[in-house]
Design a protein around this ligand. Structure first.
Ligand SMILES: [Zn+2]
Length: 123
């Protein structure tokens, strides 16, 4: 009885070992196959995605700006824009004071979107 028990245990263990080995081999094969597919997909989608992503990240879509968002204006008489950042090259030319305020306040001062800070996604 004891011998039979240990024998069947040993068989069970070797069965489990084989099953584990098969599962590992299968998952390796599957991951290899899927990375191959992903590589192919990546190759086909590479031409448009990086160029498309590179163009947009700095510019904020004007339709995502709310009235309470902070913007920056130059108090000089010639300046007619408001900016998303006080380091925009448009506002760096300001010889007067740079003020931060909400977009609503900037529009009350008849300021419009700086084209170096913002983009119109519908244009
Ligand atoms: Zn700007």
């Amino acid at each position: 009885m004891n011998n039979q028990n240990s024998l069947s245990l040993a068989t069970l263990r070797s069965c489990i070992m084989i099953a584990v080995a098969v599962i590992v081999l299968c998952s390796m094969a599957v991951s290899c196959a899927s990375t191959g597919e992903r590589f192919d997909e990546g190759e086909t989608s590479t031409p448009d995605s990086p160029t498309f992503v590179d163009k947009t990240p700095k510019l904020i879509d004007i339709y995502t700006v709310s009235d309470s968002d902070t913007v920056y204006i130059c108090t000089g008489k010639a300046s007619k824009r408001f900016h998303a950042s006080d380091t925009c090259e448009g506002i760096m030319q300001c010889t007067k004071k740079i003020l931060s305020m909400t977009r609503a306040d900037a529009e009350k001062r008849h300021r419009t979107f700086c084209h170096k800070c913002y983009r119109d996604s519908l244009e």
